[in-house]
Design a protein around this ligand. Structure first.
Ligand SMILES: [Zn+2]
Length: 369
């Protein structure tokens, strides 16, 4: 395996950055087509309508699922419009649909995330579901998006739970990168991590610890601050390059395992990944000081530290075992961890992460009287 790293072509972020869109379309091609949700069309586009007049970007409304039917429909519309750039504006599924449709038609894609809840926008992969929303496949694109354009005002105006979930997804990045480095495991672009990938994963972690709390408060009050911008960058750019170029391990596998338990379905990806990160700390014998730091961070920003907080209030060993077993499926990144990983070890680590979180919150309550 070679050293490998992948990046988006351009990354642009800031308050009002969406104003750059017509210019970017002119730079990359002749005709852009926007894919967005009804909410995107009502809440985001009107603010730019005047400025974009001469750019005349047609809008296609997303129907809610990144599935073959929707992809076929979008590919058809791209051909009808003779568009040579597709702009995916919205959450994860809109973005994924735009990426795959652009890849299939051989045109460029501009990604405009309207929430910062995962690290998917910068990556060159996307998830396809069935029409009823069941996972089908991961689709790998030939290249990462040509442009990722993030307007901090739009992120600040979205509910803060999305930003916090994005911090949960970003929290895993450094730990999974470090595990893959230790065992020389493959990253998400079929190579070995570069120093670049590792350094960005570490910067992601340090940025969360330094600015996470302040960014959450800013987002709750819909304020664009420097701390909020640092966390948007950590959630979208640093974590995006970090996971794809440095690899996945325990945290995401525990997340995947948790999806087997229906009670967790109302939790966001990043919230379950955060619990997966806590599990990983015990599974990999992390230093006690490190464990304290990560729990303290989760408590401050509002990420779950107990199973109850992800929909499992009375965790029963045999029930949680289903998640631990799924987390250990042969293709899972959890096997990038050192040593032999078994469902039994993962189950104990999950229950330990939960017990540790509960004990800290009891201690807190006691302290506060
Ligand atoms: Zn993730």
């Amino acid at each position: 395996m070679f050293l490998k790293a992948v990046f988006p072509g351009k990354y642009i972020q800031g308050e009002g950055a969406l104003g750059e869109l017509p210019q970017l379309v002119r730079l990359l091609g002749k005709k852009g087509l926007i894919l967005t949700s009804p909410t995107g069309r009502e809440k985001i586009l009107p603010a730019y309508a005047d400025r974009w007049k001469e750019a005349a970007l047609p809008v296609e409304l997303f129907r809610g699922e990144c599935c073959e039917a929707e992809l076929g429909r979008l590919v058809e519309r791209i051909r009808q419009e003779e568009a040579d750039i597709v702009i995916g504006m919205g959450g994860g599924k809109v973005i994924d649909t735009a990426k795959i449709a652009a890849d299939r038609t051989g045109i460029q894609v501009i990604i405009v995330p309207t929430i910062a809840s995962t690290d998917a926008p910068c990556s060159g992969c996307a998830v396809i579901y069935s029409e009823s929303g069941v996972f089908e496949a991961v689709a790998y694109q030939k290249m990462n998006p040509q442009v990722v354009l993030v307007d901090s005002r739009i992120i600040a105006d979205a509910p803060s739970r999305f930003l916090v979930a994005g911090m949960g997804d970003a929290l895993a990045t450094w730990f999974e990168a470090e595990s893959c480095r230790r065992t020389q495991s493959s990253n998400e672009c079929a190579g070995i991590s570069t120093l670049t990938g590792l350094a960005l994963a570490r910067l992601c972690y340090d940025t969360l610890m330094t600015y996470g709390h302040s960014a959450r408060i800013a987002c709750e009050n819909h304020l664009v601050t420097a701390a909020l911008d640092h966390i948007i960058e950590a959630n979208i750019l640093l974590s995006g390059i970090g996971f794809e170029s440095s690899g996945l391990a325990a945290a995401h596998s525990v997340h995947n395992g948790l999806t087997a338990l229906e009670e967790t379905h109302s939790c966001y990806h990043g919230e379950k990944v955060a619990f997966g990160t806590l599990t990983g700390l015990f599974l990999t014998d992390a230093a006690p000081r490190q464990i304290e730091e990560v729990y303290g961070f989760c408590e401050r920003v509002g990420l779950p530290t107990t199973l109850a907080q992800i929909g499992l209030p009375n965790p029963d060993r045999s029930h949680i075992r289903m998640a631990a077993e799924k987390a250990c499926a042969p293709a899972e990144g959890i096997h990038h961890e050192a040593g032999r990983i078994t469902p039994e070890k993962v189950l104990d680590a999950m229950l330990m992460a939960d017990s540790f979180g509960k004990s800290r919150s009891r201690a807190h309550r006691g302290f506060e009287g």
